[in-house]
Design a protein around this ligand. Sequence first.
Ligand SMILES: Nc1ncnc2c1ncn2[C@@H]1O[C@H](COP(=O)(O)OP(=O)(O)OP(=O)(O)O)[C@@H](O)[C@H]1O
Length: 314
Amino acid sequence: MSSLLAIDVRGLSKRYGGRAVVDLVDLQLAPGRICGFLGPNGSGKTTTIRMLCGLLTPDAGEGHCLGLDFRRDAVAIKRQVGYMTQKFGLYEDLSIRENLDFVARLFGMPQRQAAVDRALERLGLASRQKQLAGTLSGGWKQRLALAACLLHEPKLLLLDEPTAGVDPKARRDFWDEIHRLAQQEGITVLVSTHYMDEAERCHELVYIAYGRILARGSEAEIIAASGLHVRALHGSVDALTVERLKQAEGVLSVAAFGNALHIAAQDEVLLERALAALPGTGTLHIEPATPTLEDVFISLIARAQDNFASAGGR
Ligand SMILES: Nc1ncnc2c1ncn2[C@@H]1O[C@H](COP(=O)(O)OP(=O)(O)OP(=O)(O)O)[C@@H](O)[C@H]1O
């Protein structure tokens, strides 16, 4: 039976050289939603995305993408998916319009000119259509890459680190565009990113490490479910003390946030014990802090590393 969800897959798995790089991943995403896909380098995000859009054959898994069986109907799914990689290929010596026209030709699109016009209009590129792609800034190149992804009017966008290396203003504009596409056109978006400010702009998040999903939900849900206790420490702390704190029993992460250090732990008693053992506590100001997404993700990966090491890898 097909699903009302845009993405509804279970047990997605892929192994390379005997190593599970995507391990029994379940993903569900409703139409028109924006889901941030986060995780450390090499955690399996790209592999998952490539399996979803039919570019890579999974070893296991079943389910639906856009109501189609994601294994059996991979070709039909590809026609309705826009996939944008971090290293999008543009022809630098072709203009914006020529680049889009080239992509439209490549896909044998009917009414090519109208499709290119619409893509130019949709992403505010019409006034620059004659400009050579090679002369565009990173932000405009990325906008052009997104326009190319949208040429065939996809219902689902799979964006793999689309804003890597792009300045904050251009990233913000890009995200405004993503929200417009989701809100006004009902396009569903799965987007991988390493930026926490981008994670905060998603409707929901999935956090993956070692090929396994460790957390999912809205930002607030993930923070609440983490059960993490965080203290903000203000004052002068030397590098050796920071190192000792990191090694203290129960402490999952120690990270600088502006002028404060955030120390996170699952067990509040162990956290207090580690802080009480600090030298010169009289000169330090320590107060409870609300965990940030970054606190939660760093702590999740610390715990996953311990589990992975004790299981001897996979
Ligand atoms: N074709 C391949 N052959 C062997 N190993 C691979 C192949 N493709 C990916 N891997 C490995 O699978 C793991 C997951 O890679 P993947 O690119 O999916 O991670 P990622 O989460 O997208 O990482 P990043 O954030 O760095 O882009 C990595 O250890 C990678 O080296």
